[in-house]
Design a protein around this ligand. Structure first.
Ligand code: MF3
Ligand code: CO
Length: 251
């Protein structure tokens, strides 16, 4: 069931979303050579708690941290650990923050120092694919319109589209209906209505689209070892179109 959020719920989701944006802005200056992903996790957790908010990922189905920190060929769900970031790495920070029972969810990929041209290309076009999807959001549009727009842009730019993981509805739970795939056909799937809130989150790869999960039960990597990028926004369907509840404040 896809829920329509009340005015009050939307206000709380705006606040949750803004906290996610503020956390990204807060953590960006720390993303430098030498810091460990575990240290980034601790900084983020302390920031979230200082805002009277909850790091929703911590304890979710046993997930052990407050952020997902996915480096290079890790696509999603990288568990923060003692790995020290190196110049030339790319890292996705994906986090969900709860505020008074409502969730905001956003992932952005960052560069560490100077990165190569291929990674610049991957990051730039994965973020653009996200905005192509968001651009389709309005009352009466269908989930397949969003999915198809992301897929078309990714394919035009020769990037692999990970299919095993999807975007999702969001509200008091981090994952609600509907599923929001990054591939599909226009004019298919559920219809969007004002008051729905969805997370759109393309996960694109520089090589093939195939992935595997490591033995830790979380970390998802590309099979061919090529890098992946991941950008996600929480998006409200409004009367006329959409509002991004997790706006970028960092650039
Ligand atoms: N933030 C992820 C998403 O976009 C979910 C993370 S799974 C968790 O759906 F276990 F880390 F919480
Ligand atoms: Co999400």
């Amino acid at each position: 069931m896809i829920t329509i959020k009340s005015k009050r719920e939307i206000e709380l989701m705006k606040k949750a979303g803004l906290l996610v944006s503020e956390m990204h802005k807060f953590i960006k200056p720390y993303i430098k050579e030498g810091i460990t992903t575990k240290e980034l996790d601790k900084l983020c957790e302390d920031f979230i708690r200082s805002q009277d908010a909850v790091p929703t990922e911590k304890g979710y189905e046993g997930y052990p941290a407050s952020i997902c920190a996915s480096v290079n060929d890790t696509v999603v769900h990288g568990i923060p650990n003692n790995y020290k970031l190196k110049n030339g790495d790319i890292i996705t920070i994906d986090t969900v923050i709860g505020y008074k029972g409502y969730q905001g969810d956003s992932a952005w990929t960052y560069k560490v120092g100077e990165i190569n041209e291929d990674d610049e290309y991957l990051m730039k076009h994965t973020e653009k694919a996200l905005y192509k999807g968001i651009n389709e959001v309005k009352p009466g549009a269908r989930i397949g319109d969003v999915s198809a727009a992301v897929e078309k842009y990714a394919k035009e730019h020769n990037l692999g589209v990970v299919r095993e993981l999807c975007g999702h509805g969001i509200g008091s739970e981090m994952h609600e209906d509907p599923e929001v795939p990054n591939y599909g056909l226009p004019n298919t799937g559920p219809k969007l209505k004002p008051g729905m809130v969805i997370c759109i989150e393309p996960m694109l790869t520089f090589g093939k689209r195939y992935i595997y999960q490591e033995d830790d039960g979380w970390t998802i990597k590309t099979e061919d070892g090529k890098n992946a990028a991941h950008y996600e926004h929480t998006v409200l369907v409004t009367e006329n179109g959409y509002e991004i509840l997790t706006p970028r404040l960092d650039d």
